[in-house]
Design a protein around this ligand. Sequence first.
Ligand code: ZN
Length: 297
Amino acid sequence: MKAIGIDLGGKSIKAGIVEGGKVLEKVSRKTNIEGGYLAILKDIIALCRELLKEAGDAGFVGIGSPGIIANGKVDYSYNICWSGVPLEEDLKNVLSRDVKLANDAVCAALAEFYYGAGKDFTSMAILTLGTGVGGAYVDEEQVKKALSANITYLFGHITVVSGGLPCTCDRHGCLEAYASASAVEKRAAAELGKELSAKEVFELARENDEAALRIVNDFNRILGDGIVSICNVLRPEAVVIGGGLSASGDLILPYINEKLAKEVYGFSLKPVIALPARLGNDAGIIGAANIDKYTGE
Ligand SMILES: [Zn+2]
């Protein structure tokens, strides 16, 4: 059965026709944050209508949004500057289909757990390293709970450096202030005096540029500290690294795995492995399109 999945992000709205774990067709638009809620809602509806023309039999539309979700509303999202918007109901009214809204990281986790890198494990944490640091924890039971009770995991806002760099959440020393693409870009601008993308900084490190190596080593060390803490609390079998920075995973994962083996409490009794996300940019779309299958209702 085909369904429509929408992945709403701070930079773009991606939508696709999905069947199981496969995206059959995809469309996207830039997120018009300046336009406010109604402009973004209009764009989401336009993308859905475009896809529904192709897949008229799709009875379900799922949407993943950043931020805190409650009762079909996006209660608060720093990235899209929303609070209390009734996205689920508005889409339901216009599209005349069953619509469900969930947190975007929970959608990505659902997709990787059932269709991607987490398929062979019974529990999994995912960290998405992009503009911010998102994440979620899932196991067979927790997927249902996270979707039906709208659980939002805020892995990006655990403290990794007491009194450290300022974060978007107004605190200091959060994981997101060190292990996101924007954190790498900010530090590169200050220390290399150049506007570089995080990916370019990782490329320079690959070529043994000393300053870039320093940035990447600190990034890995602090990301590793955060992941070890997450593993000590949640005890997942796997940690999946997704988001834009996962493209540089070969410079990140070996280090993280070494650190996990050394530092996770009781690692020999219950090992954990870090691995790259498998569904790439499609995880959010695939997860959203499958929300109804896993809500347990
Ligand atoms: Zn924070």
